[in-house]
Write a protein that binds this ligand. Structure first.
Ligand code: KG4
Length: 332
């Protein structure tokens, strides 16, 4: 089954063709990062306009790279939430038109379910049940994936997402947007114990919090600037990364312990972080868990992950029609 999938929930416009949920036939992405970098963050109105400019050409590119015609598609899929509402609406409306014009079924896909499904593209042997640590710019959560379309959130951030925490601290340090990768680069060789930063303790102990950490790091930077004290920037980036890692990994291990799941996957842009990947590997080894880490190319937003999840949604009977709407927030 060939699915043409679209994604426009934030600042990447993407179109892909995926076969039977597992094989990437094409994966066309146009990132708007350069435009938003000027403002230090995503400007929703600009994101929507850029998606409108790009999406039709990306659809043609995805088909051409897959070597198929429009008529050979079996279904059209699209991310319908969560994300920036104006941005989401672009791909939702394009996909609705494409499905209607071609007479193909339309499959709505939850963005985070897509991030989790990125692992199916990289690991043919991976099948539910497993746990997924979803860590992106907008979300941080531990999800129990009991089946391809049967998911429960075991713990989630109460405030900022892990990626947002990286991005906001990076901005105060004057690093380019999005700051996660520059922070990752800067932290290499730094001492992760040099700057003591807070770790959150929450009543529901699988939930996470990053806003206190963000404020503590920002205050530390401002205080040093006011006193004219130099900062050891690699060590500060390493200390921030260690605090974020400590927020995530012990909770993922605890979730595995409580549920008895033996397989853990990671998903989302922050899963590209070298330290977090290494720490996850070490923790899973220690706890006897099998770990699947998606390749860097599948960690960030892409259309292929939407096409993968769409296949399983299709098998489960999920369909939408022309009344499909986009949602800024929605349950997984
Ligand atoms: O999954 P994604 O592309 O978009 C969302 O759905 O949010 O994630 C983007 C986030 C950004 O916050 C970015 O700074 C972060 O992922 N990120 C990283 C790294 N690469 C991207 N964070 C830490 N280390 C990285 N290497």
């Amino acid at each position: 089954m060939l699915i043409l999938a679209f994604e426009s929930s934030c600042d990447e416009t993407a179109a892909a063709v995926v076969e039977d949920g597992r094989v990437i036939r094409s994966d066309a992405i146009l990132s708007q990062v350069d435009v938003h970098a000027l403002y230090g963050g995503v400007v929703p109105e600009i994101a929507s306009r850029k998606h409108v400019e790009a999406i039709a050409a990306l659809a043609d590119r995805a088909l051409a790279e897959a070597g198929i015609t429009r008529q050979e598609i079996d279904a059209v899929a699209v991310t319908y939430g969560p994300g920036l509402i104006g941005a989401l609406l672009v791909a939702v409306n394009f996909a609705k038109s494409a499905a209607l014009a071609l007479g193909k079924p339309l499959i709505p896909v939850h963005h985070l379910r897509g991030h989790i499904a990125a692992n199916y593209l990289a690991f043919p042997q991976l099948e539910p049940p497993f746990l997924s640590l979803c860590i992106s710019g907008g979300n941080s959560m531990i999800v129990d994936v009991a089946g391809y379309t049967d998911m429960t959130i075991l713990g989630a951030t109460r405030d900022d997402a892990a990626g947002e925490c990286f991005d906001k601290i990076a901005r105060v340090l004057g690093l380019p947007y999005p700051g996660g990768k520059p922070m990752d680069d800067l932290s290499q060789g730094g001492d992760p114990t040099k700057y003591p930063l807070p770790r959150a303790k929450l009543e529901h102990d699988l939930d996470m919090s990053f806003s206190g950490l963000k404020t503590a790091a920002v205050n530390l930077i401002h205080n040093a600037a006011q006193k004219g004290e130099p900062l050891d920037l690699p060590s500060l980036a390493a200390s921030v990364t260690a605090a974020i890692s400590d927020e995530l990994i012990p909770r993922a291990m605890e979730a595995a312990h409580r549920t008895g799941r033996t397989v853990l996957t990671a998903a989302g842009g922050v899963a590209a972080n070298r330290t977090i990947r290494a720490n996850l590997e070490a923790a899973c080894r220690e706890n006897g868990l099998t770990l699947y880490l998606p390749p860097l190319s599948l960690c960030g937003d892409n259309g292929a992950m939407i096409g993968s999840q769409a296949y399983y949604e299709y098998l489960a009977g999920t369909r939408a029609d022309s009344s499909l709407n986009a949602y800024a927030n929605m349950a997984i």
